[in-house]
Design a binder for this molecule. Structure first.
Ligand code: C5J
Length: 223
């Protein structure tokens, strides 16, 4: 039987059983990360998100080596936009909205180049990829069923952006009874203050939404 692992974390040490943990990699998509993509076209500095790729690649490698399931998500919509609520579709400047033509294909549309995951973090055969229409990974997806099927109780949460899709997913997971450890250098925001405060909000009040640790500590615990 696998033995429990402990990670130095905020607000307290985080323990997990390697047999019931999964690594969740949220929305590491070209449209959010690549120069010229949707995120940059909105005026964001993608370097802040790019910095996540190297530590996250190492964490994914450690998870795969430890037989910890890696679950990827992608935010996006069907080509006919039937799964995109008008309130989301009409957000932002006309011509830079979901479904409009972007440098890497139609913005956040499934099947387009920009919608897919960056090459460095590409899923390998057998890994689950959850396509989600919302910010949270549980809303209108099969994630709950996948986690129940695999007996997952604890999530190591990574990806972008910290205050949007990572936060929404951690909050959804928390309410569904999952324990979440957010990996501080493997989540990224276009806004440094949102990164800092976003992480603080997870661990505040005795870990109101979960725990926070850096990837070096998590890799050590997985190895
Ligand atoms: C955003 C995301 N920021 N994946 N998406 O719109 O966080």
């Amino acid at each position: 039987l696998p033995t429990a692992r402990s990670v130095p974390a905020r607000p307290t040490a985080f323990t997990f059983d390697p047999g019931t943990v999964a690594l969740l990699v949220i929305d590491m998509q070209r449209d959010f990360l690549l120069p010229g993509g949707f995120g940059e076209s909105l005026g964001n500095d993608v370097a802040l998100l790019q910095a996540v790729v190297e530590p996250l690649a190492a964490l994914i490698a450690a998870a795969r080596a430890a037989d910890v399931p890696v679950i990827h998500t992608r935010e996006g919509h069907l080509p006919d936009l039937s799964d995109c609520p008008p309130a989301k579709l009409l957000r932002g400047n006309p011509s830079q909205r979901i479904g409009d033509p972007g440098r890497f294909g139609r913005i956040l549309i499934r099947g387009e180049y920009g919608h897919d995951i960056v090459d460095e973090l590409a899923p390998v055969a057998g890994e689950v990829v959850i396509d989600k229409p919302g910010k949270g990974a549980f809303y209108a997806t099969e994630l709950s069923e996948v986690l129940a099927r695999d007996g997952i109780e604890t999530l190591l949460v990574t990806g972008v952006t910290t205050e949007v899709c990572v936060h929404t997913t951690v909050r959804e997971a928390n309410d569904r009874g999952y324990r979440c450890l957010v990996v501080s250098d493997c989540v990224g925001s276009y806004f440094p203050e949102f990164q800092r405060v976003g992480l603080d909000m997870i661990a505040a009040q005795g870990g109101i939404f979960g725990w926070v640790a850096d990837s070096a500590a998590v890799v050590t615990a997985l190895t």
